[in-house]
Design a protein. Structure first.
Length: 123
């Protein structure tokens, strides 16, 4: 099943990616200042799914990509696709699995602030 994967960037801002059921990133969100904003945005997009627009673009090198928008506000950018078939399949994957995709929050530090002496000694 597809999933939204939430992570924290080096600048301290949050983002999510929408991952294909086989693990390939299909699109990446814009930045958010809090984890709550990310969750709220995902729920907003789910509840307004019928209003989502896939705005299509091509790079100068001929690769296709899209931006996910509602009323001219951009919420996510897709990766660049080498072929039109992969491009179309990515949009179909999002349209089919967006509303039931699980949300995985990987933005927290599982190690916390462990003091240096708590690391296993090699002795």
């Amino acid at each position: 099943m597809s999933a939204f994967v939430i992570s924290i960037k080096e600048n301290g801002k949050y983002k999510y990616t929408f991952e294909h059921r086989r693990g390939k990133t299909l699109m990446t969100s814009v930045e958010y200042s809090s984890i709550e904003a990310v969750h709220a945005n995902i729920e907003f997009l789910r509840s307004n799914f019928t209003s989502l627009n896939f705005i299509k673009f091509k790079t100068p090198a001929g690769k296709s990509y899209f931006r996910l928008a509602i009323d001219k506000k951009i919420y996510a950018n897709s990766r660049r696709f080498n072929t039109e078939l992969r491009f179309e399949k990515a949009m179909e994957e999002i349209k089919t699995n967006f509303n039931q995709a699980e949300v995985l929050d990987l933005s927290f530090d599982i190690f916390g602030n462990l003091p240096p002496d708590s690391i296993f000694d090699a002795e």
